[in-house]
Design a protein around this ligand. Structure first.
Ligand SMILES: [Zn+2]
Length: 334
């Protein structure tokens, strides 16, 4: 792993930033979650989101090198009916967070850039909180607390070590065991419902409709943000169609689906099934700059890595080219 990082860093350094020439695919699909100048305790420990200034800088870099398309133009482009002036970009956001409505949309409106947001219907209207956000809130509690998390063991293990251990355990909790996070919350006097009422971390249905009216897209990210490879095929289909039905009822975009977390380990069978039953045009992963053996599944580039777009693109291109030498820049599905 250290060797891999070293190689990427080295070859990124010698990468030109003339992305029009060096960018290897004909599309660039960045993915973000939130943009905020504030400390957001439910995101801070799971997502390295950017400030407004950092986000605007990314947009500047991307605009110089790519032509941003809206959803219909993007479909036309994929169908060969749209001839862009530059390589194209489709701006995407995940999770339907309220910062999209409050912060991102005003910036994008000013710049005339389209984005599509992939949402989980279970959390819309702040009915529940995604389990990783719960984990982030608990970690915030632990870090902020002067009190020893577990007095009995403190003398033996030490307070700092104990905090680190707790944080590692919380990061390890999975989608299939939500009751563990809810149980822990009581010990840390954290109340997720109070948080939902007070902070309203997600967009409401009304806000989703408002951003749609302004020309932005809302689409499918699964019903409640599961890790797909932890589900069996039937559960995967159910989670996807439950979300599809919600989007359909509310006239949002049902033609796309972005995997929550990762499409890693998702089998060919799932793709064949969802593409045969719905009006699905394409799906999205977030494995970075990569090809996919299922050609309607497009990989996006995660932009929340504590680096600017210029550096991220350079590293992605460097890594893509390194893997090309090893014939490993395509994800194969079985
Ligand atoms: Zn997500």
């Amino acid at each position: 792993m250290a060797m891999k990082k070293h190689l990427i860093n080295f070859s990124a350094k010698i990468q030109s930033d003339d992305f029009e020439k060096t960018y290897p695919l004909d599309y660039c699909i960045p993915v973000y979650h939130a943009v905020s100048n504030f400390h957001l305790p439910h995101l801070k420990h799971i997502i390295n989101y950017k400030s407004e200034k950092e986000f605007e800088k990314d947009l500047e870099i991307l605009s110089q090198n790519f032509q941003f398309l809206n959803w219909n133009e993007f479909k036309d482009f994929r169908n060969g009916n749209f001839k862009p002036k530059k390589k194209i970009a489709l701006l995407t956001f995940d999770d339907g967070l309220s910062e999209f409505h409050d912060v991102v949309v005003p910036i994008l409106e000013r710049k005339g850039i389209y984005a599509i947001n992939f949402i989980n219907p279970k959390f819309i209207d702040n009915k529940d909180l995604m389990y990783r956000c719960k984990a982030s809130l608990l970690i915030e509690r632990i870090l902020q607390s002067d009190k020893k998390p577990l007095n009995v063991f403190d003398d033996i293990i030490g307070n700092d070590k104990l905090k680190k251990l707790f944080i590692r355990k919380i990061h390890g909790m999975t989608y299939s065991e939500p009751e563990r996070l809810d149980g822990l919350a009581k010990h840390f006097r954290e109340n997720f419902n109070d948080f939902l009422v007070k902070y309203k971390p997600y967009m409401t249905l009304e806000q989703l409709k408002a951003v749609t009216k302004k020309g932005f897209g809302i689409s499918n990210h699964g019903f409640d943000h599961p890790l797909y490879h932890e589900l069996n095929l039937e559960e995967q289909i159910l989670n996807t169609t439950q979300s599809y039905d919600y989007l359909n009822e509310n006239d949002f975009i049902t033609e796309s689906f972005a995997f929550p977390f990762t499409d890693f380990g998702v089998k060919q069978e799932f793709f064949e099934k969802i593409f045969s039953t719905n009006d699905l045009f394409c799906s999205f992963g977030s494995a970075g700059l990569k090809r996919d053996s299922f050609d309607k599944n497009l990989q996006r580039i995660p932009m929340e890595k504590g680096k600017d777009a210029n550096q991220i693109l350079k590293e992605e291109i460097a890594y893509f080219n390194l893997k090309k030498l090893l014939n490993k820049n395509t994800i194969y599905r079985k």
